[in-house]
Design a protein around this ligand. Sequence first.
Ligand SMILES: Cc1ncc(COP(=O)(O)O)c(C=O)c1O
Length: 393
Amino acid sequence: MPKPNSHHWADATRAIHSGESKHGIGAPVSTPIVRTSTFTFSSTAEMKRWAEGKSKAYIYTRYGNPTLAVAETRLAELEGGEAAIVTASGMAAISSALLAVLQAGDEMIATRQLYGGSYRLMRDVLPRLGIRVHHVETDLEGVNRLVNSRTRALYVETPTNPTLRVVDLRQAIRLAQRYKLVSLIDNTFASPILQKPLALGFDIALHSATKYLGGHSDLIAGAAVGCRKWIDRIRQMVIYLGGSMDPDAAYLLVRGLKTLELRVCRQCETAMAVARYLARHPKVTRVHYPGLPTHPDHRLARRQMRGFGAMLAFDLRGGLPAARRFCDRVRVFLLAASLGGVESLVVLPIYTSHYRMSRQELAAAGVAPGTVRVSVGLEDPKDLIEDLKQALA
Ligand SMILES: Cc1ncc(COP(=O)(O)O)c(C=O)c1O
């Protein structure tokens, strides 16, 4: 049965149907989990054809698997890319993509405000491989000053973790094109529902699929989406480094994606209500949420995002002790790292995503010791606000 032409579909339809044909007698409506490490050949002639690159057969799940392929097609269509690869974690996607793009002697420029794991990879690992990393603020102004003949890539994350600064996607593309840089974006916080950077000209979109794409806090997964040339190179790196996804995780990802649009839209609405409540609270000194007109990037977010997202952060009068008291008292929100699931979470970035960073690095990333990061889930907004009220009291 041929695959349906899904090019004109909206996101909600793609998230349910892309990458599979479910028409025909006896076709399973839900995606089968092809739980196998290896696949048979019918003859040595077929094996030879595969080895010579003349056939695309599945041979071994680290190289590819039908369940993974469904997730990959679905994500490619949602992000608007030619191809995608799913990986064992967001960090597997990020590290494999960076190593596919960069080699010893190259330099890259990245925003300073990044998920702590990505920052530490750039600080602690890439330099050991001979790759120099420069950081710029989210306004990207430093790029013109830092770029040189060895600069190969521009890497941004927007909105950023945890202070929700927003990078101007069009400006990033202009700079990447002017200096012939490969452009990479960590699109985890927005998800393809809120912004589609590939359509604007980015080369590679990266995800921690652990977050919104999976959506249920029950898997660790990642993805890279882009043109076939880049995804083939990233796949080669994933094959070498071993960060491939397991078929069971691919099933959970495909299942989670079906409700992506519904979840993200509802989570955005609830996050706005939570942000407004916090902004009015006398014990809160600052709320970092791009949906509030007081946020420095509010107008930019309004221009380039379909919604403001469901992540926010806030600072409390009383700093770290007050933030710890708050986090120890929540009853509906859970005190846990990660984000993007149906459960609302609170966390102190200095003890989780931004651990092992110096005082200067934290200040540069805009993280105060008492900054509380909030991932807004799908609970009823009234219950969440009641919980905030009692925990702040
Ligand atoms: C923005 C962002 N990118 C990447 C990652 C890493 O993803 P994973 O934990 O799936 O490896 C995270 C994890 O928190 C993240 O928040």
